[in-house]
Design a protein around this ligand. Structure first.
Ligand SMILES: C[S@@+](CC[C@H](N)C(=O)[O-])C[C@H]1O[C@@H](n2cnc3c(N)ncnc32)[C@H](O)[C@@H]1O
Length: 510
């Protein structure tokens, strides 16, 4: 089979499944194609593609293709911390939503994510109906059957297994009636024209975890845009903890709970820096359009079967920034009011003229009066780092992050303090958080590479060095709103070309 055939087939996959297959997949694709061409008595890739296109993708054949191409890896309680944070927010928001609330797990593979959600929400006393969908019809059949071998349930506490599963005579476990009534499944291609909606017209939560990583950038943009049209205003959208769309879609705002990030669909008319979910979980703007529609879903009265489908094909629009690969990721949204600028300036002056203890004392005094002053906390963290009191600095940055969890600078400086304290895993986490919030902050990917090397993670470090070089080439960090208290960091920015050379050198040695 020639490379042109493989490329033609990859283009077909890109158009029909939205998936961008890397060159590394050429060999396995060739094996798959050769065996399928033999089985279906076709001689050329073009004939095979024609056959797939006939009669709505020749359902059975398309199923085989989707199964071979897509990666269906999943498990019960995958990314458990993120799910736990999700349940916390949903519980806070649920009183404003109609009962039962509607959750969609898009790209659910063999169903573990769907049943996990139904269990986790039920355990929190939230009544929810969870719909799972996937392009892989075989995966959906497995999901629907809801029977799993014992080792699939090994991460579940015994109490939960007893409560939600029934042991079968041959040793496997089947989901019980409660889970069956709270869940349903359908075959659905995210790249297709129609999107499912719930009986009330909206989803309150949409999860699409570990799916869009395989998508080309334009397909990913179109999919997220479509999600935003079937998600209820104020509803939540989740990717996996390592995927980010921050800053790409103005209709979403980023919110943070216990270290996990979620996208919340803004209410109509909501300002760009509009109201975020506050600490009580009450969303001041959810009354903006008269609160949540009070709808009794069909599930209350009717057997819960297929969700209504919405045709979104005519309304395709590119989201803002979605095609600009050099987007700066949005940066930090919050503006910090310096509550007592003079006190901070005095402290910085004292610090710079060598009176470090005085500076720190001034800052502590200032923060006693104004404990919520973000800039004061950051300045104190910076000063404590300057005298090598890393634990003290970490404490201040953590408080700063309580005040503004979405500050890329605070995550970055916290990461730097952990790095200096030789606390590698938290340093890696914080550098990743920084890049999640502002992927243009190349200094963070540079230090991420540095800590990854120290932690012995060479391959990941290589990626981080490569990202540093590409971000240095793409964006000037001179534009970055570094705050004046970041002594030392501004110097590093001036050595941009030296850092680039250093990265290239390290990449050669890795
Ligand atoms: C790695 S699994 C993720 C499963 C689950 N969301 C999780 O995180 O555990 C990715 C799933 O995305 C599905 N998928 C890939 N392309 C899709 C598409 N165009 N439409 C719907 N599902 C798709 C695959 O079939 C696969 O089951």
């Amino acid at each position: 089979m020639i490379k042109a055939d493989i490329d033609k087939f990859k283009e077909f996959i890109r158009q029909k499944l939205g998936i961008e297959l890397p060159d590394q997949s050429d060999d396995s694709l060739q094996t798959f194609l050769s065996s399928r061409l033999d089985d279906v008595n076709q001689n050329t890739v073009s004939e095979y593609i024609k056959r797939l296109l006939k009669n709505n993708y020749q359902k059975e054949e398309f199923k085989k293709l989707a199964e071979a191409i897509t990666n269906g890896k999943t498990s019960f309680f995958r990314h458990a911390e993120q799910l736990s944070s999700l349940c916390t927010i949903v519980k806070q928001l649920a009183p404003k939503w109609p009962t039962p609330l509607n959750v969609w797990s898009a790209g659910c593979s063999t169903g573990e994510e769907v049943y996990t959600l139904a269990i986790a929400l039920n355990e929190r006393g939230v009544k929810a109906q969870v719909t799972g969908s996937d392009v892989d019809g075989n995966a959906i059949e497995t999901a629907q059957a809801g029977t799993y071998p014992p080792d699939k349930l090994k991460h579940l506490e015994k109490d939960l297994v007893d409560k939600y599963f029934v042991r079968q005579s041959e040793g496997s476990y089947a989901v019980n009636e409660l889970l069956k009534t709270r869940t349903r499944f359908l075959s659905h291609n995210l790249v297709g024209r129609t999107y499912p909606t719930s009986e009330s017209g909206w989803w309150h939560v949409i999860l699409c975890r570990n799916v869009l990583i395989y998508f080309s950038r334009p397909s990913m943009s179109r999919v997220v845009e479509k999600f935003s049209r079937v998600l209820s205003p104020g509803g939540l959208f989740l990717l996996s903890p390592t995927e980010s769309i921050h800053g790409l879609f103005p209709q979403f705002k980023l919110i943070e709970r216990n270290g996990s990030y979620f996208y919340q669909l803004k209410q109509p008319g909501e300002q760009l820096n509009g109201t975020e979910l506050n600490d009580n979980g009450t969303d001041a703007l959810s009354t903006h359009i008269g609160g949540w529609p009070s709808v009794t879903t069909a599930a209350d009265n009717n057997p819960w079967s297929k969700p209504p489908l919405l045709d979104l094909s005519e309304q395709d629009t590119e989201p803002q920034g979605s095609t600009a690969d050099d987007s700066d990721g949005g940066g930090t949204a919050a503006t910090h009011v310096v509550m007592d600028k003079r006190a901070i300036e005095q402290a910085i002056d004292a610090f710079q003229s060598g009176d470090r203890d005085d500076a720190i004392m001034l800052l502590f005094k200032h923060l006693k009066k104004l404990p919520q002053d973000f800039i004061g906390r950051m300045t104190l963290g910076n000063a404590l780092t300057g005298i090598r009191d890393f634990d003290g600095a970490i404490e201040q940055y953590l408080i700063a992050l309580d005040i503004d969890p979405l500050s890329a600078e605070a995550h970055f400086l916290l990461g730097m303090a952990y790095r200096k304290a030789n606390n590698l895993e938290p340093a890696i986490r914080e550098m990743k958080n920084t890049l999640f919030l502002d992927k243009g902050l190349w200094l963070a990917s540079y230090y991420l590479a540095d800590v990854l090397i120290k932690a012995g993670k060479k391959n990941q470090a290589k990626n981080a060095y490569e990202n540093t070089v590409s971000n240095i080439n793409k964006k000037s960090m001179k534009d970055y709103q570094f705050l004046s208290y970041l002594h030392g960091m501004n110097d590093a920015i001036n050595y941009k070309s030296d850092i680039k050379l250093l990265c290239v050198k390290r990449l050669r040695s890795l």
